[in-house]
Design a protein around this ligand. Structure first.
Ligand SMILES: *Cc1c(COP(=O)(O)O)cnc(C)c1O
Length: 289
């Protein structure tokens, strides 16, 4: 079952040049698959294994209409032969958008709930009502960030295969950043670029795994959120275009666009030690485009 969701053995590292004395390479996790590529498969891997071990045949999770997590759960669930149920925030859109159409094609049963109901997604009563409707299931929280997700993300760094000084990723819940930070050598530093205004929540998440003054503690940078999740402006949109044209690597403005925008700004401000090698993790997120 798990063989089906392990990454292929391909070289994902691409050096894109030297900027202000810093060597920059991209770990192109997005290349393995449009739906499950990026960080989401790492987050799902041990959750799916746990679901199987506990005898479940159905996964249920939550997300918005463009959710990368919904897309990945539908695709990985299908490959691992789980039934999947997606509880989608908001009114049913018809025709379905790309994300939801593909999820449905992958066999995901979609249930649309009002924003009000969606806010109850952690309430035991709401979960019980979902069980009454769909039968028993293995519950993955929105975004799928838990201890097993962190465990899976510890395997991201082993995809790199060479020495480096810094590793940078876009950060929403902090699960990916935490997994990465936990797998570094003492000489290496993880840096998370926030994509929404939730630095304190990210810090709390990280501190659940890495104590405050521990050497593995990642840096969390909140200067490039562009005022919130999925918010953008002309400068960011233009940057995404220029980056894509210059390096022939597709990015999007919600996650990787903000990371690379921040990364180049930080390089310009001499944030990284001169002569160092920085790895940027391309966490995917292209499936909705
Ligand atoms: C979900 C997602 C992230 C954020 O990962 P967290 O583990 O929640 O911090 C980053 N990039 C992309 C493309 C994502 O889909």
């Amino acid at each position: 079952m798990l063989k089906a969701i392990v990454l292929q053995n391909m070289s994902l590292l691409k050096n894109i040049g030297e900027f202000n004395g810093v060597k920059l390479s991209v770990l192109q996790l997005h290349l393995s698959d449009v739906q499950t590529g990026g960080n989401k498969l790492f987050k799902l891997k041990y959750n799916l294994e746990d679901a199987r071990l506990k005898g479940h045949d159905t996964l249920l999770t939550f997300g918005g209409a463009y959710s990368n997590h919904i897309a990945a759960t539908a695709a990985a669930g299908k490959r691992a032969e789980f039934k999947t149920i997606g509880i989608i925030r908001g009114e049913k859109i018809s025709p379905l958008n790309k994300t939801l159409k593909r999820a449905a094609d992958n066999g995901m049963h979609l249930q649309f709930v009002s924003r009000e109901q969606y806010r109850q997604k952690e309430e035991p009563l709401f979960i019980e009502s979902l069980k009454a409707r769909h039968g028993n299931f293995y519950l993955l929280t929105e975004g799928g960030s838990n201890e097993l997700a962190v465990k899976g993300c510890k395997e991201i760094v082993s995809q790199i295969g060479i020495d480096f000084d810094y590793i940078v990723c876009p950060t929403a819940t902090g699960a990916t950043l935490t997994g990465i930070a936990l797998s570094l050598l003492p000489s290496q530093q993880a840096v998370g670029i926030c994509v929404l205004n939730n630095k304190v929540q990210i810090e709390n998440f990280v501190n659940g795994y890495i104590k405050k003054n521990e050497q593995q503690q990642p840096e969390i940078i909140a200067d490039y959120t562009f005022n919130g999740y999925a918010k953008s402006n002309d400068a960011l949109n233009q940057f995404v275009k220029t980056f894509t044209d210059s390096f022939k690597i597709r990015i999007e403005p919600i996650y990787t666009g903000k990371m690379f925008y921040g990364l180049f700004d930080l390089i310009g401000k001499n944030y990284f030690k001169a002569g160092s090698h920085v790895i940027a993790v391309h966490t995917g997120g292209l499936q909705y485009l």
